[in-house]
Design a protein around this ligand. Structure first.
Ligand SMILES: Cc1cc2nc3c(=O)[nH]c(=O)nc-3n(C[C@H](O)[C@H](O)[C@H](O)COP(=O)(O)OP(=O)(O)OC[C@H]3O[C@@H](n4cnc5c(N)ncnc54)[C@H](O)[C@@H]3O)c2cc1C
Length: 480
């Protein structure tokens, strides 16, 4: 039987795997992990991310060993290492999972050219999204563009059925008798270990979520203190679970005839979140330039600030706005932030401080376990009003009103802001006289910072700058 190399990267599992299924069409699979410079840098930039990746790679290797195979691990430039292994194994084909951000797409093209030059088949497979970009755009006349707005995308997405590659036992792996380096270890990246990661733990997490919390998801997205969203983002990032599996299992859960209508709506909302992920992946696939440039041409030269006297306060969770600060401290402490709070903390950077969304992308990248440039950039641009959200005006969140709505008794803020930890419950309702600051619990107020900006004034000033930019005195900007 010929040998086909499968290059693992952010798809560290065997189950429901579009890439492995494609590789198996060419021969027995030799599993390969290359740590190239790009991956090494991404892992080094966030120690928890590195730890997650190493644990997941070890779990994958263990699963392969149960099948009589093992990961071949090498460090080096991807095209050189893949072609070298291909020569050693006399492989006929190489497959891998496609990337969706600009540098990943360029690296994929380079790898493909290097492999084809040596006369082998090269296949980059859409494994990460539940619905590949080409499937969602198949019915469009302007298919090359993809969707720039979520609503029409979602209308199409929810009618499509994800492919199924659920028969890992049919895959045949070889134990490549070639030199391999040791599996990557968290310490290689200056990182300590973190709790279990890998396909088995991701699967358990999904099952536990669908049994209970998913039925309350509509509440969970608005209740950061409860912490009951799925926490599957890191698993999806490194492909320890397939988005297809999540969609299929969630739809199966919806078949339960005993569900209450709110529970069914919650499951629908959860599926919408997965669709959102697919949406941003296809957006970046069709518009890879958005890795650094804004999607909305008219906003290309908007003068976001590159620095601000209170930028460090935002970075460190010391803005004096409890919801913003709690979110940032949660991120720094755990590598994850609740989805609702992400939007509010990001809005604060872009509008209250007027700072460039790219600063936010880079800052959070140092802490997030997730490693999805396409999702990070898509969301940041959306929040900053320069991306796929085509609203006429940017949506500026009032962090105090949001705190009253989504953390009314302050328990989320108290959990993450040590200065407020011992304040009385309910201490976040009401406003200081004449100030936009939320009332703080006694004791905490002394050490917790006063608000670094007056939100209402900052929002008004931003809107004036925005209006002046899109419609300058004397008429609409001619070049846009
Ligand atoms: C400014 C900003 C930056 C973000 N950066 C990232 C990022 O770097 N990586 C990332 O995975 N998500 C990012 N998100 C999206 C979202 O906040 C996270 O996916 C979510 O917080 C992860 O928690 P969860 O797994 O419990 O999500 P759940 O609410 O349980 O959702 C399930 C899954 O759906 C997907 N999802 C949900 N919302 C979104 C969304 N808005 N965009 C894309 N996918 C979504 C995620 O894969 C998530 O794991 C960002 C959102 C904002 C506002």
């Amino acid at each position: 039987m010929p040998v086909a190399i499968y290059r693992f990267a952010r798809d560290l599992r065997l189950d429901d795997h579009a890439g492995l299924s494609a590789a198996s069409a060419h021969g027995d699979i030799a599993p390969f992990l290359v740590i190239d410079r790009e991956l090494d840098e991404r892992l080094r930039s966030s120690p928890r991310r590195a730890a997650y990746f190493c644990r997941a790679a070890a779990a994958l290797d263990a699963a392969l060993r149960e099948r009589g195979s093992a990961l071949v691990v090498r460090h080096g430039e991807a095209a050189a290492e893949v072609t070298r292994l291909a020569q050693e194994l006399k492989a006929v084909a190489v497959s891998w999972s496609a990337s969706y951000d600009r540098s990943g797409i360029a690296a994929d093209a380079e790898l493909q050219a290097a492999i084809e030059e040596r006369g082998m088949r090269a296949t980059a497979v859409h494994d990460s999204p539940a619905i590949p970009p080409e499937e969602s755009t198949a019915g469009r006349s302007s298919a090359g563009e993809g969707y720039r707005a979520f609503a029409p995308y979602y209308d199409v997405w929810r009618e499509l059925e994800p492919g199924s590659y659920e028969a890992p036992l049919l895959l045949s792996f070889v134990r490549a008798d070639v030199g391999s380096e040791p599996l990557p270890q968290p310490a290689d990246f200056g990182s300590e270990s973190i709790p279990a990661s890998g396909a088995a733990s991701a699967r358990e997490k999904l099952e536990a979520f669908l049994r209970g919390p998913a039925l309350q998801y509509s509440f969970a997205v608005n209740a950061p203190a409860d912490d009951l969203t799925s926490h599957l983002s890191a698993d999806l990032t490194f492909g320890t679970i397939a988005a297809r599996t999540i969609v299929r299992e969630t739809r199966k859960r919806m078949d339960d005839p005993f569900l209450l209508s709110e529970e069914r709506s919650s499951l629908r909302l959860f599926l919408r979140a997965i669709a959102m992920r697919d949406f941003f992946l296809q957006l970046s696939w069709y518009h890879p330039q958005t890795s650094g440039a804004v999607l909305q041409e008219k906003m290309r030269d908007f003068p976001f600030l590159q620095s601000h006297p209170h930028l460090d306060a935002w970075r460190e969770g010391r803005t004096g706005f409890p919801l913003v600060d709690a979110g940032i401290r949660q991120l720094r402490a755990t590598g994850w932030m609740h989805p609702r709070v992400r939007a509010i903390a990001a809005s604060f950077l872009c509008f209250d401080l007027g700072v460039d969304w790219r600063t936010g992308v880079a800052e959070w990248d140092r802490y997030l376990i997730e490693d999805d440039p396409a999702l990070s950039v898509g969301n940041w641009q959306w929040i900053a009003g320069v991306g796929a959200d085509l609203a006429a005006y940017p949506r500026i969140y009032n962090p105090n009103k949001q705190a009253k709505r989504f953390d009314p008794d302050g328990s989320y803020a108290r959990r993450w802001i040590s200065e407020l930890a011992h304040g009385p419950a309910g201490g976040f309702s009401g406003l200081h006289q004449g100030s936009a600051q939320i009332e703080l619990p006694l004791g905490g107020a002394e050490r917790y910072p006063r608000p670094v900006v007056d939100h209402d004034r900052a929002a008004r000033e931003f809107l004036l700058r925005y209006q002046e930019f899109v419609t300058p005195a004397g008429g609409r900007r001619s070049s846009r």
